[in-house]
Design a protein around this ligand. Structure first.
Ligand code: CO8
Length: 260
């Protein structure tokens, strides 16, 4: 596979049956997001986007953190211009995650703070370990989020809950994140990877074109207006007739599994 050609320092990759698990792995710094991470993740996403055989991506973290934020040690010396540049770099990579044709499931194993919470929010579905902690603690550092956290968080949980987290910098437990709708499921730490793998396997067994289009329609719809989203939906819905949809519907009527 082409992505094996690149030697990643911050990412570990493991692929099986069309499901790629990407582990953010710099545990000595609680997987804090640095320039190297963004460069590597950007290159990986570019590579993955062209792969028809790849069905689902799982993103998780090594050790006790998913990611404890942007790398404070790298940011501390930055000036205003460099800060904006670092923000744009992260935003572009997280946008590429949303734009990836394949769905991305976040398996949030531990701390998802600041840029780490923003990373989780750029995934399509979030499953959390009961040991995970979420928050946007940037105000503690005299900062705001810079990787679209001020935009994605209110879209996920509403502006009141988003502002409560953004203004207080409070860390919340996984159960509270579930109550707010920031995550979709909470499981025991040891059940996290089996749960996410089962979910990924289920998604990978569905009509592959339909899965990609469902993601694209929601992602594009969230950025634009309702009517434009509906009109794109009709167009893409129609594109499944005569190919994958024809097989899926025929298989149902013939009481047999579909052959994608
Ligand atoms: N950056 C760099 N290093 C970090 C980070 C981080 N965000 N978080 C932890 N580390 C390092 C620690 O410095 C420590 O290193 P060392 O062993 O060399 O002293 C190591 O990881 C282990 O951390 P702790 O000893 O602190 O572990 P604890 O279990 O005691 O505490 C916490 C865990 C509570 C998660 C604690 O580490 C913490 O509060 N971390 C910082 C969390 C934070 O503030 N995150 C937000 C960062 S700002 C941000 O994400 C902005 C995003 C937008 C950027 C826009 C671009 C400009």
């Amino acid at each position: 596979m082409s992505h094996c050609a690149m030697n990643y320092e911050t990412l570990k990759l493991e692929e099986k049956d069309g499901i790629l698990t990407v582990t953010n792995s710099r545990p000595q710094a609680l997987n804090a997001l640095n320039t190297r991470f963004f460069t590597e993740m950007g290159a990986l996403l570019k590579d993955l986007s062209g792969r028809a055989d790849l069905k689902v991506v799982i993103l998780t973290g090594d050790g006790k953190a998913f990611a404890a934020g942007a790398d404070i040690a790298e940011m501390v010396t930055m000036d205003s211009r460099q800060g904006s540049e670092f923000s744009r770099l992260g935003q572009a990579v997280f946008q590429a995650m949303e734009d990836l044709p394949q769905p991305v499931i976040a398996a949030v194993n531990g701390f998802a703070l600041g840029g780490g919470c923003e990373l989780a929010m750029s995934c399509d579905v979030r499953v959390a370990s009961s040991a995970a902690k979420f928050g946007q603690p940037e105000v503690n550092l005299g900062l705001t989020p810079g990787y679209a956290g001020t935009q994605r968080l209110p879209r996920l949980v509403g502006s009141g809950a988003a502002l409560q987290l953004l203004l207080t910098g409070d860390m919340i437990a996984a159960d509270e994140a579930l109550r707010l709708g920031l995550v979709q499921k909470v499981v025991a730490p040891e059940a996290l990877m089996p749960e996410v793998q089962a979910m990924a396997k289920k998604v990978a067994s569905k009509g592959p074109k339909a899965v990609r289009l469902a993601k694209r329609l929601v992602r594009q719809g969230m950025l634009g207006d309702f009517k434009a989203g509906c009109s794109l939906e009709s167009e893409l819905f129609g594109s499944l007739f005569g190919n994958e949809g024809a097989e899926g519907m025929k298989a149902f009527l013939e009481k047999r599994p579909a052959k994608w």
